[in-house]
Design a protein around this ligand. Structure first.
Ligand code: AMP
Length: 148
């Protein structure tokens, strides 16, 4: 997110937080993002609806609200972290389980023979809008290369 978006989001949340947490101290960006509920946190907790396509113990998959291809599914791990960057410091088994589940979701969607693309946007230049790690599965049309 841009500096401006970050400042406005943070001040909005901090304004309300001060009302019920008198001892609340200011958090750095990393700590704050860890606590902040993204739309995907809300989908996972059931506070927001989602068009679910697959779920198991470690992942949740649902259709993107603004699809960029006839099939556009998002896969999120149930254990939250914000960015792909963090994968290097997370347990390899967890990462393996996640990517194995992404592959399973694509198979479940019948995409193996026609093909598909898995996309992970990371950070500002990567175009990441939601600070909850996720993979996009895109399919159903011939995708162009290079991506924009
Ligand atoms: P990214 O840009 O990689 O962070 O992707 C975030 C994706 O989440 C975008 O493709 C959005 O269209 C999608 N998205 C945002 N809100 C929702 C929602 N409530 N349900 C499903 N997809 C969403």
């Amino acid at each position: 997110m841009s500096r401006l978006q970050w400042k406005s989001l943070r001040s909005r949340v901090e304004r309300t937080r001060h009302q019920y947490e008198p001892g609340y101290r200011s958090l750095d960006q990393k700590e704050w993002l860890k606590m902040h509920k993204t739309v995907f946190d809300k989908i996972l907790s059931g506070d927001l609806p989602a068009d679910r396509v697959y779920e198991d113990d470690s992942v949740f998959a649902f259709r993107d609200i603004n699809p960029q291809a006839p099939v556009h599914v998002l896969v999120i791990p149930k254990t939250k972290f914000a960015r792909f960057t963090e994968i290097s410091s997370r347990p390899a088994e967890e990462t393996g389980r996640f990517f194995s589940a992404v592959s399973k979701v694509a198979t479940f969607l019948n995409l193996d023979s026609s093909g598909y693309r898995v996309v992970i946007n990371n950070g500002r230049d990567g175009g990441q809008a939601v600070e909850y790690f996720h993979a996009h599965i895109l399919a159903g049309r011939k995708l162009t290369w290079p991506p924009g």
